[in-house]
Design a protein around this ligand. Structure first.
Ligand code: DGL
Length: 257
């Protein structure tokens, strides 16, 4: 049975959710976390919605079996494909999802041009299209899938020559003031934040949903009286469907960037 002292489960297709885990640990340093990366099945973003839904439910069950008091689906793609279904199935269980930060980007200035980077699945899903429709009168959105970036981050080789060349190639059309803001709508992408900022220019505003999701998690747990009440000393256990990959997750957790 889970209680206030149970851990919080955090899940992603692989390494991306570590960018959210860092924010969760920062705002709830006394909580314990179990991070599960499903690297054996990564990437999710090029799979079908049905496949992603099944994989997400399996990972969700795995974390619940480990007595997690809440699960953070630290993956925009898995959230699009499965969060609604899981919330309907477990209406009383805290499930926190990720969504591309279109709202803060759209409201950041007067009718900005916003580049929305995400996986192909996220960009074509109803959840994203509805969110975009909500802010269409406030901003112009341009969608940019970046599936290869997931693979570079997944390997743990950050800022490699190949990764930088790929980003140069896909971002060049938006350089030199052609966009005002960029949304990192995939939890892997914050690990390439510096390079993206450098290519697009220092004036371009960069948004990601990690901190918002971490705050939402704290609010939900507070509302259910499930915060453990400790101010520090929380622990993190890293698990992965490819056990050797836990070393990569740890490396990204301590990445200074
Ligand atoms: N990290 C995931 C997201 O936020 C997707 C990566 C993948 O394609 O597996 O969308």
């Amino acid at each position: 049975m889970c209680s206030k002292n149970s851990p919080i489960g955090v899940f992603d297709s692989g390494m991306g959710g570590v960018s959210v885990l860092r924010k969760l640990c920062r705002i709830m340093p006394g909580e314990d976390f179990i991070y599960f990366g499903d690297s054996i099945n990564a990437p999710y973003g090029t799979k079908s919605k049905e496949e992603i839904k099944e994989l997400t439910e399996k990972a969700f069950d795995y974390l619940r079996e480990r007595d997690c008091k809440a699960v953070v689906i630290a993956c925009n793609t898995a959230t699009s494909a499965a969060a609604k279904y899981l919330r309907e199935k477990y209406p009383d269980y805290p499930i926190i999802g990720l969504e591309p930060a279109l709202k803060p980007a759209a409201l950041s200035m007067d009718y900005p041009k916003v580049l929305a980077m995400a996986t192909p699945l996220t960009l074509k899903e109803e959840k994203f299209l509805n969110l975009m429709a909500q802010y269409e009168d406030k901003a112009e959105f341009v969608k940019l899938p970046a599936p290869k970036l997931v693979e570079y981050i997944e390997s743990g080789e950050l800022d490699s020559k190949e990764e930088i060349a790929y980003l140069e190639e896909i971002l060049t059309p938006y350089k030199d003031g052609k966009v005002d803001a960029v949304v990192l709508g995939c939890t892997h992408f914050p690990f390439a934040r510096k390079t993206i900022q450098k290519i697009l220019g220092e004036d371009v505003l960069v948004f990601d949903g990690g901190l918002g999701a971490a705050r939402q998690c704290r609010r939900v747990l507070e509302g259910k009286n499930l915060l453990n009440g400790k101010e520090e000393g929380g622990t993190v256990i890293f698990l992965n469907s490819i056990p050797e990959k836990t070393a990569v997750a740890k490396k990204l957790f301590y990445y200074k960037g």
